[in-house]
Design a protein around this ligand. Structure first.
Ligand code: SAH
Length: 383
């Protein structure tokens, strides 16, 4: 028999309130109670929700479910980074990474099974694209990590938060920097982010939820209207010629258009700055001249640069820039008035570092964006 029960995991508060009102004839505060159970206490079973009346729990179980992804494997790095491969359906696997630091705990989550953006230096791109994750699958990654990290340390569940006031325990930051291009799955990513920032969800401040994009300009304008999270942009090159080679979406939305969208976002959101990610590829984009070009693009703008030492993966043609080249690059930027920091590589011994997430993608679409855009450019040049 088809299971037509609604999965409550990931429903933003307004939708959950509408669901309890329309389907169960219940008051909005029931939705708030449910959210506390699902996100704070990590409940996935209505029977455990002891402060809800028994008949309400029974009606809930008929109409709804809380269905979470399944953990297939778990690995822990020598530096404490943890990586989970999660099963989303019978064959597809995606990866979620937890990066502990002394003053924070960052959860890096995926938004798609694979990715279609086809960036030449990224392991996820090599997997090709299979499908978008649903809202439940995006929020489910946080739900599982919260259960593994926080609730296992405090099995009673936290209802009132930690001494420092952050209710979500060890996960203090969420970054959409795992597999996939979040803005290509806009429809599901935005509701998920609402749950991350809702005080009855994971209650993270907007500065602690970061969406990273390779530069889908139209969706960046849309996001500026609808959602206020921190923005990171994968820049990786200071000029269009090089960027179009490394990040194929640049052929559609070149750097000037991308930067205009970034400044618009900051204006609209009252944001502090955009973090630009820049992967350091030996001999490709790491020369002093590139740093000077970058400084000219970003000086005087609300921008920070995050230099990412390239992480190797099987089959890649790139090498990591030598440490001295990375330091020099950073210094040139800083001397030219642009704040640049070097991202510390974490979890590379378990392939959990930036760009190393490959998951298990089957049935991928083998037509990649890079070749599609090249073909489109060729055919428009022919007419
Ligand atoms: N698609 C989004 C989200 C992925 S974020 C985006 O492109 O922003 C992952 C970050 O790691 C991006 O900045 C990406 O460019 C970077 N990255 C990809 N492959 C990498 C690699 N092999 N080494 C280091 N960083 C990499």
């Amino acid at each position: 028999m088809a299971d037509d029960r609604v999965n409550l995991l990931g429903l933003p508060r307004s939708e959950l309130e509408a669901f309890v009102a329309d389907r169960l004839g219940a008051k909005p505060f029931r939705a708030r109670q449910l959210m506390k159970w699902i996100y704070r206490r990590g409940a996935s079973d209505f029977a455990a929700m002891t402060d809800l009346a028994q008949d309400f729990r029974a009606r809930l179980a008929d109409a709804a479910k809380i269905s979470v992804p399944e953990i297939v494997t778990e690995q822990e790095s020598t530096d404490g980074t943890r990586k989970w491969m999660l099963r989303m359906d019978a064959v597809q696997g995606i990866e979620t990474v937890y990066i502990p630091e002394p003053d924070r705990g960052t959860l890096c989550i995926s938004s798609q099974v694979g990715c279609a953006m086809d960036c030449t230096f990224c392991a996820t791109a090599q997997q090709g694209f299979n499908r978008n994750l649903s809202v439940a699958e995006i929020v489910g990654q946080v739900w599982l990590a919260h259960r593994e990290l926080d609730l296992s340390a405090d099995p009673g569940g936290r209802t009132d938060g930690r001494p420092d006031g952050s209710p979500s325990g060890r996960i203090t930051n969420i970054v959409l920097m795992g597999m996939g291009e979040p803005l290509a799955n806009y429809r599901n990513v935005v509701p998920a982010m609402r749950v991350f920032t809702d005080d009855l969800g994971y209650d993270l401040s907007r500065r602690r939820v970061t969406l990273s994009t390779s530069g889908l300009v139209p969706q960046m304008y849309k996001l500026a209207e609808e959602c206020n999270v921190a923005l990171a942009v994968s820049l990786h090159a200071p000029n269009d010629e090089l960027r179009s080679e490394l990040v194929p979406i640049n052929r559609k939305h070149p750097i000037a258009e991308l930067l205009a969208a970034c400044w618009h976002y900051i204006d609209k959101q009252n944001g502090r700055s955009v973090t630009f990610e820049y992967v350091m590829l030996d001999g490709i984009n790491d020369k002093p001249e590139h740093a000077r070009q970058l400084a000219r693009l970003l000086r005087g703008r609300p921008a920070k640069l995050n230099l990412i030492p390239f992480n190797v993966f099987p089959g890649t043609r790139y090498r990591r820039s030598p440490a001295a080249a990375i330091l020099r690059f950073r210094d040139i930027l800083n001397e030219n008035g642009v704040i640049a920091t070097i991202r510390r590589t974490r979890g590379d011994d378990i392939d959990a570092a930036c760009g190393q997430l490959a998951g298990q993608v089957t049935d991928r679409t083998l037509v990649r964006l890079g070749s599609r855009l090249t073909a489109a450019a060729r055919s428009s040049a022919e007419v």
